[in-house]
Write a protein of this length. Sequence first.
Length: 303
Amino acid sequence: MLHHITKTTLPALLALLTAGLTMAQAAESTNQVIRLPDMTVFGSVLPVASEEVKVGEYERPEWTLHRRFPTTRVYVQKEPWEFGFEQWWRGRFFRNGTQMHKFQEEFEIGLPKRMQLDLYENWTSNEKGQMRQLSHAVELRWALADWGKIPLNPTLYGEWQFVDPARGGDTWEVKLLLGEELAPRWHWGLNLIYEQEAGQGRATEIAWSQGVSYTFIDQKLSGGLEMRFAHETAKGSRSQPEITYMLGPSLQWRVGSRGHIDFVNMFGVTREAPKVESFIVFSLDLGGVKGNGHYAPASLKGQ
């Protein structure tokens, strides 16, 4: 009996064992990890818009190197020892049919430690359209930290304007500059403003300005909305403030890698506000002692 079982069963057991080993080897081969040759990848993966790539010493997005909002400043525009020039035109068209035009030349200097110095020369036109020098001014900004280290990227701003005595008294101004990326291609800025006339009527202005923009064509075209609210009083009439609120669209066209033009056209909402206030700003990056004004992504610093 035992001889019969062994004679008939052993070949079947061997066949079953062979089939099991074959299946195990097949299963193992399907789970085997195959190592490919090592590869070296150069460069980095860019976000949706290249103007949002972190660049420069302060690791801020590229769009902050250019003035995005004429009515609202964001962070500092220049890297240490980089220079820029801006030419402004500002027109105010009042409800009584009169108008005022102001021209401003601005020279920008980037300083170490997240600071920037700006120098201004201001001109206005009289009722006959003749130009006259109005004032010159000095502005200093200081960003409290590298971009993204503090929420809203706070920057302190101070300005002193030396006004022709025949046209008013000197004024000083302080601001808190805030700015952030709301979402891919969406950029935002907010300024809280206090301005005081040092002499004459001792006029005081408390104001805020805000801008939001969307990038339509990366590093070429963006558009958005800007607004400004101001509460102004003068000595002897503090209880009778002049309140203005302006609101309107803005557009920026970037010319190559060094220049851009901004257009803003705001409309008066309150009774005391001008009927229309418009800005045209031409900006040019002059480069600096450290380079030619072109910036590599912060991720490649030191490479």
